[in-house]
Design a binder for this molecule. Structure first.
Ligand SMILES: [Zn+2]
Length: 224
């Protein structure tokens, strides 16, 4: 495949590269830390980068511990549909909610927090899990004239998946850079992700498919 040149209409959406999703975190994703150097490198080829941050209230509805006799990774029926329960993670203002200490993208233009409503989870950076409450990201991207969204981060089969699907549904082109993601890997979750991407036209690429930008290192001082 010909390498993809990145333009001013493109943005890199870095999903939830936070301590709690990495090694020794409360909801550690297998090999989650491995995305950090790849994401840092990729970000050098994008002038525009957006970071998302899972940002839950204490006792959030998506935490197993908030429900009687429930365990992490079980599913419950929430008023808005099925909800997987998770260990407590990414609680607002706690060290686990911080970005990975090695994530190095000082030129990121927006940090979008999600999952802050106590009774609704938000895997997607666009719509909360009730599929109707917007985060405002689609409006932000449209107003700034972005057309193609490149997604990386954690986790491939949840927050990256839902964000990519909603990006397409909102009218953007979505490209998931797969080697810059890692999956939770609950039974069937990765397969279902690939199937949904194929159905909706989310494209799956690798980091090497991106053409290195000659004017790279957007984080360096003196950039206009
Ligand atoms: Zn969460």
């Amino acid at each position: 495949m010909e390498k993809m040149a990145i333009s001013d209409k493109d943005t890199l959406l870095v999903i939830d590269v936070q301590r709690d999703f990495c090694a020794a975190g409360a909801l550690a994703i297998p090999d989650g830390d491995a995305v950090v150097p790849i994401v840092n490198q990729l970000a050098q080829h994008f002038r525009h980068v957006i970071l998302t941050q899972d940002w839950h209230t204490p006792g959030h509805h998506s935490f197993a511990a908030s429900h009687v006799h429930r365990h992490p990774y079980e599913t419950i029926q929430a008023p808005y549909g099925e909800q997987t329960l998770w260990p407590d993670h990414c609680v607002q203002g706690t060290p686990g909610a911080d970005f990975h200490p090695d994530l190095d993208i000082p030129h990121a233009e927006l940090i979008l927090r999600k999952g802050f409503r106590p009774n609704i989870d938000s895997y997607s950076a666009f719509l909360e899990n009730d599929k109707t409450t917007p985060t405002g990201l689609a409006g932000y991207l449209r107003e700034r004239g972005f057309q193609r969204i490149f997604l990386v981060g954690l986790a491939y089969d949840y927050c990256v998946r839902f964000s990519a699907v909603d990006a397409v549904r909102a009218g953007f082109s979505a490209f998931v850079i797969e080697d810059a993601c890692r999956a939770v890997g609950l039974p069937g979750s990765v397969e279902a992700t690939g199937q949904e991407f194929a159905e909706l036209g989310v494209k799956r690429i690798q980091a090497t498919d991106i053409q290195p930008c000659l004017e790279s290192n957007f984080s360096s001082a003196g950039l206009s």
